[in-house]
Design a protein around this ligand. Structure first.
Ligand code: SF4
Length: 365
């Protein structure tokens, strides 16, 4: 069992609700941000008494963590540092929305060890940002990158979106070029999914979303463009300059330990999965939902195959026993059809394979 752990902190506040978003988030005000920070600090103490592991990644996500301001964020990070043992090379990430970044002191964040900033850019095109209901402008994103770098935080990630209403290959290229030229280190590129209960889902007829085939083309164009621009794909949706892969997010796919603190936050510790409900009240009252054991062989295959590196067959068989002959016959078929690769004992998806990876994984396991 590993003696290290990553901590995820969920900040469930946003200035307004984006029409595609299904994350647990709501509007708040300064006093609610302060109260929520106080609850988080209590829970950090609670967990520090129950977990004896060294923290090597901290990720503050949301919601919009930058909305609660650097003072509260510093308070949360200091609390983790005071109550847990922290590795001196820890990766500490804060998600920042370009609109709220101008009210944030990146110097203060840097002073408590924040060394990675993840920015919700989504698109570099004005009309697409408007369609997405985002309240920031392209200039806000440029300013946020500048402020972060100026404070000495060079490890910056941008989130972008594929499948936006009326998106075209040209507009996508414009966004990708913006990312590459801005000198950042990491890009997460997500395909827009119409989640039930979102405004988009209920009003989909009002929009002109690209069809699945066009969105698949956007994905392949993105992979190709970023790989050629020095951003190596290391996961189905993630790309990084060498050495800047997200250490925290890799824990999810490598079945390493992580503790999620906050409503809707999930944890995986020493083979056990549990989570908090989507409710601040339940979070306050320590209501934790036990999901039992995790990390079985199906989960292992599924998570490892999200990584570009893929599934190491030897390691799998050491942990779970021999794979059936049928598995290798299927791999051969998928490899011959260009969906997978099988090299040096690693089974991995090609970009085309990633697009249908759910179906292939269900067939394999
Ligand atoms: S800012 Fe992010 S978390 Fe908040 S509503 Fe928009 S997409 Fe959801």
């Amino acid at each position: 069992m590993s003696n290290s752990i990553g901590i995820y902190i969920h900040v469930p506040y946003c200035r307004s609700k984006c029409p595609y978003c299904d994350f647990f988030s709501m509007r708040g005000n300064d006093s609610e941000y302060k109260n929520y920070t106080a609850i988080l600090k209590e829970k950090i103490i609670y967990w520090s008494k129950r977990i004896d592991k060294t923290v090597d990644t901290i990720y503050i996500g949301g919601g919009t963590p930058s909305l609660i301001g650097d003072k509260n964020l510093v308070d949360i990070i200091n609390s983790i540092k005071n109550y847990f043992t922290i590795d001196k090379n820890s990766e500490i990430t804060v998600e920042v929305n370009p609109e709220s970044a101008k009210h944030l002191s990146f110097e203060n964040l840097r002073s408590v060890g924040v060394n990675r900033i993840s920015i919700g850019l989504q698109s570099a095109n004005k009309t697409e940002l408007k369609k997405l209901g985002r309240i920031h402008s392209h200039k806000d994103a440029v300013d946020t990158i500048y402020l972060s770098k100026n404070a000495g935080i060079e490890n910056i990630s941008l989130d972008i979106m594929l499948g936006i209403s009326e998106q075209t290959s040209e507009s996508l290229k414009n966004t990708l070029e913006f990312c590459v030229e801005s000198g950042i280190k990491h890009i997460s590129s997500y395909i827009l999914k119409l989640e039930e209960n979102t405004f988009y889902y209920k009003n989909k007829d009002r929009y002109n979303f690209p069809d699945d085939e066009t969105t698949s083309d956007f994905y392949l164009e993105t992979v190709d463009f970023l790989n050629k621009s020095g951003f190596n794909q290391y996961e189905i949706s993630n790309f990084a300059v060498k050495g800047y892969e997200s250490k925290h997010n890799l824990k999810y796919w490598n079945l390493d330990n992580y503790l999620g603190i906050g409503p809707a936050a999930h944890s995986f510790i020493d083979g056990k999965r549990f989570y908090y409900n989507r409710s601040i009240e339940d979070f306050k009252n320590d209501i934790i939902i036990d999901e039992g054991s995790g990390g079985n062989k199906e989960e292992y295959i599924m998570l490892k195959l999200r990584l570009k590196k893929g599934l190491n067959i030897g390691e799998y068989e050491k942990a779970f026993g021999k794979l059936p002959k049928d598995f290798f016959k299927k791999i051969e078929l998928y490899t011959n059809s260009g969906f997978t690769e099988y090299k040096n004992d690693y089974l991995s998806f090609t970009p085309k394979g990633f697009l249908v990876s759910n179906n292939i994984i269900s067939d394999l396991i």
